[in-house]
Design a protein around this ligand. Structure first.
Ligand code: SAH
Length: 365
């Protein structure tokens, strides 16, 4: 078989491994996704039917509208303050926020109160977001530290953001846990294990009974981002809503995936040309929210969330208004809420300041 050519970023990564030794998956993912020139999110717009993958707001306007209702309900629960900072983490094409803000435009005061802040690193997506959201005068930031510790109440939205942050993987061998590292064998990237094992103190209790060869993933970047944002939400009052695919309890399993042109690919092949993600460990993420001083509400799934926000009646109204589109609207509703589509794989986590009980999350007791 002819040797397939590596990508320019792949060559850089191999040179780095040659120089410094095997590379942590978190370093590899960070380079693949956000390398300044060659990273996946730096180059182009990967979203939508013509791109590599499609997200809930790109499936139907109803998704963003339900988030809009949640923002409105949370703002009212905060006492309808005259100023809030509304932050979206990883806004993609800006579709979610445009649908959300359009849905609440008739609620007196909310749009005037909201200062819109978008956390984004992709120049291509920032351009698209500018087109979608310019009427709301958003500001762009590159990191959570750019959100000040003090200020008006905060409402934060993150859809399919945490899955895009770098993870590390560990594997059990001979009764001990080692980090999985990316090395080179005959010039090709390949998986290996660190020489020194992980100290037992660093392991979650859920791993106690794991057997040899099992893989555990830890998302230290996501955990830090969550703790930092929770600190601001707790201190300024407000709430964060994170929607993503993942599991509700820390568990073992390899969930690293590479997707290009709507197909799964080998994560070590073609760096910079595939989207790399991992399922979110919501138990760990909620814990980080508490570490930051926030209150983590019990996890619900996307079906429960969208139903509580009224997606059923909204779909009925849209179908009545556009009978010719009824089939498409019904299909989109199914895709967003069916158990075998996105409905149960996708979970919704809410972290709020301690006095708040945001709808539709029930108090933790
Ligand atoms: N929320 C959007 C897009 C999801 S894709 C939607 O639902 O359609 C992930 C988004 O996070 C993209 O906008 C991507 O550019 C952004 N992103 C990924 N890694 C990031 C990082 N480290 N910092 C800031 N934004 C990031």
């Amino acid at each position: 078989m002819p040797e397939s050519a590596d990508t320019p970023l792949g060559e850089k990564i191999n040179a780095e491994i040659d120089l410094s030794g095997p590379m942590s998956l978190s370093t590899y993912m960070r380079l693949c996704l956000t390398h300044p020139e060659l990273g996946y999110y730096r180059k182009s717009d990967p979203l939508g039917a013509g791109g590599d993958f499609i997200t809930a707001p790109e499936i139907s306007q109803m998704f963003g509208e339900m988030i809009g209702f949640w923002i409105a309900a949370t703002w009212q629960m905060l006492g309808s303050p005259a100023k809030i900072q509304l932050v979206e983490l990883g806004p993609g094409r800006g579709t979610l926020m445009a649908d959300a803000l359009r849905a609440v435009k008739n609620l007196p005061g909310l749009l005037d109160a909201a200062q819109l802040t978008l956390l984004e690193t992709s120049p291509a997506l920032i351009k698209t977001q500018k087109q979608a959201l310019s009427t709301y005068n958003p500001e762009w930031i590159a990191e959570i530290g750019d959100i000040s510790i003090d200020g008006p109440p905060l409402i934060v939205i993150a859809n399919e953001f945490f899955d895009a942050l770098p993870i590390k993987q560990y594997q059990k061998a001979n009764g001990q846990w080692f980090e999985r590292l990316i090395g080179l064998r005959e010039g090709k990237r390949t998986w290996g294990l660190s020489q020194t094992p992980l100290h037992e103190d660093h392991l979650p209790a859920a791993l106690k009974d794991a057997g040899d060869n099992e893989i555990w993933e830890s998302a230290s970047t996501a955990d830090t981002v969550m703790a930092d944002i929770a600190q601001r939400v707790a201190g300024r009052r407000g709430a964060l809503l994170a929607i993503d695919y993942g599991y509700d309890r820390t568990q073992t399993g390899d969930t690293l995936q590479a997707v290009t042109k709507h197909r799964y690919a080998d994560p070590l092949a073609n760096p910079g040309e595939a989207d790399l993600t991992a399922h979110v460990d919501f138990e760990a993420l909620a814990f980080s929210g508490r570490v930051g001083g926030g209150q983590a509400h019990p996890l619900i799934n996307q079906t429960q969330f969208l139903a509580a926000m009224g997606i059923g009646p909204r779909a009925d109204a849209l179908m009545k208004a556009n009978p010719a589109q009824a089939g498409n609207i019904r299909a989109a509703l199914k895709r967003l809420t069916d158990g075998d589509a996105m409905g149960t794989l996708f979970k919704v986590l809410c972290i709020s300041s301690n006095e708040l009980a945001p709808y539709p999350f029930v108090e933790a007791g």
